[in-house]
Design a protein. Sequence first.
Length: 95
Amino acid sequence: MNILDVSTEYQMLLTELGLYNGAIDGIMGPNTRSAVVAFQKMNGLVPDGIIGPNTKEEFENQLSPIADRHKEIDSFKSSHDYTRWPAESTKSLTN
């Protein structure tokens, strides 16, 4: 990984945690670095802004449950057919 590159998954996690609101572009710019420092502080890690082994491990620990939640949501969505709702019941939702 180039020193200026960061996984977009990390940026998405930082966004979901409310620590980052920049572009999901995989670039370790100043906003991403600040978000990494905040993440490190939040998790009792050395706040150096570098995604080293300890920070990477904590990211992975937190990404796993998020991925599981997304799978549950996708599964729920695919098991419900919203296109079959009666037209009358949807009228009350739009008025």
